[in-house]
Design a protein around this ligand. Sequence first.
Ligand code: ADP
Ligand code: ADP
Ligand code: MG
Length: 450
Amino acid sequence: MFRKILIANRGEIAVRIIRACRELGVRCVAVYSTADRESLHAQIADEAVCIGSPATKDSYLNMNAVIQAAINTGAEAIHPGFGFLSENAEFARLCEKAGIVFIGPSYKSIEMLGDKAAAKETMKNAGVPVIPGSDGAVRDIDDARKVAEKCGYPILVKASAGGGGRGIRRVDSPDELESQIIAAQQEAKNFFGDDTVYIEKFLVNPHHVEIQIIADKSGHTIYLGERDCSMQRRNQKILEECPSPIVSPELRERMGKAAVTAAEQCGYYNAGTIEFLVDENRDFYFMEMNTRIQVEHPITEEVTGFDLVKAQIEIASGMELDVRQEDIVLRGHAIECRINAENPEQNFRPSPGTINALYVPGGPGIRIDGAVYQGYTITPYYDSMISKLIVHGSDREEAIRKMRWALSEFIVSGVDTNIDFQLEIIKRPEFISGNYDNGFLTRYMEKRKK
Ligand code: ADP
Ligand code: ADP
Ligand code: MG
C-alpha cells in the first residue's frame, strides 16, 4: 500500500477520498487554490499545498503544478476524483512519466474511451449494443445528412470529447442540421478544445441506467449492479437510485455482462461506469463509459457494502480484487440527492455566500458526503454541489420515506439551496411509482411554470 497520496480535487469528493485514506492508513495531501484556503479538504488533510489562483486552469487543471506538489510532498500516487483532470489521458501519462501512480485506468484506456465517438465503435465491434448513429465522428455535412436520414429525426449532435451534460444539441429537421452542426462544433471547441462531433438517434424518453464495474490490473472484472439516473435537468443528473425501479434481475445480469465485456475490451482497470439508455421495450444501448469514480457512487456502496474509493486505491497499488461476481449481493435500496447552492426559482442560478447555520440530518441509513461547515463561504468559482444526501432503506419505500424526513430536517441558511426542490420531486407520484424517464423533469418543469 502507498504511504502517501495526493488528492487532485476539491469539495466533497476530495473529502470522501481523504476518508478512504484514513481507513487505509495512508497519509494524504490536499491541493487547493487561493479561493479554497478555508475549504474542508484543505483543512482536514494531513498536508495541504496551494497550487494557484481561483481559475481552474491556474490551479486544479494545472497539471504541472499538481504533479510538482506530489513530487515536493513525496506522494507516491494521485487520486483525481471526478471532473477536473480525472479523464485527462495526458495527465495520466504525465503522472506515469514522473513515476507517480495515477489512481485510475491506464492513459491508453482513457484515450480509447474519452473519445465518445470512437468508444462507440469499439463497443459495437465487441458486440455491445450501441445507440444507432454515425460510425464514429461526423466527417462532413453530406455524411451527416445521410446518417440523420437513416436514423430519422430528431437526432442529437454530440461532442466526442463532451461531458457533464454539455455539448449535446438536438436537431428536429433537416433544414436545421447544418447550422446546428456548426454550432455544436463551435461549442465543442470552446468547452473541450476539440470540435469533433458525432450523431446519435434521439431516443424518446428513455431511462438512464448505468452499470458500476470494478477491475484489477490482472483483468479480473466484476459489476456492482446499476444506478438509475433518469432524474435529469438539462442532461445533468440531480437524483439517483440503486437499484433501478425498471431493471429486473434478468436485465441486470445482461447489462452487467455487457458492461464487463465493454471494460475488458479496453484492458480496463479501476472503477468505471458504463452508461446505457434503456427504451420502452427494455432494450439497452451503450452511451458512454466514464473512466473515473462518479458523483453517485455512494448509492452503490450502500447497497453492495463495497467501498469503491478504497478499492480504487488498493487496485492502483497493485492489489488484486478479493471478491468474485457471486459475492456481490444488492441489499435494500439507496437514493442520493445532490444538494446544490442554487435557486430553483431563479432558473437554478448558483447562490454563493456564507453558510451561517447548518444542520445535517442523521440516524440509521443516512449518509452525508459533504464539504461545507457552518461559517464556510461558498465562492463563485466552482461547481455549486455542496453536499450529497444518501439514504439506505430495506426497500424502495423505506428509502423514499427516509429521504423525505432527511430532506425536511436538513437546514442550510445564508445561501439558497435546492433542498425544497428535491423534496418536491420525491413527493411526486411519478417518482413514488418509479415510473419516470429522462424526460420527466423537463415536462414537470414546463407544467410547474404555468
Ligand atoms: P457523474 O457522471 O459522475 O454523475 P457528472 O456528469 O455530474 O458526473 O460530472 C461530474 C463532475 O465533473 C461535474 O462537476 C461535471 O461538470 C464535471 N465534468 C464531467 N465531465 C467533464 C468534462 N468532460 N469536462 C469538464 N467537466 C466535466
Ligand atoms: P455526458 O458525457 O455529458 O454525460 P452523455 O452522452 O452521457 O453525455 O449524455 C447525457 C444525457 O443526455 C443522458 O443521460 C441522456 O439523458 C441524454 N442523452 C444522451 N444521448 C441521448 C440519446 N441518443 N437519446 C436521448 N437522450 C440522450
Ligand atoms: Mg454521461
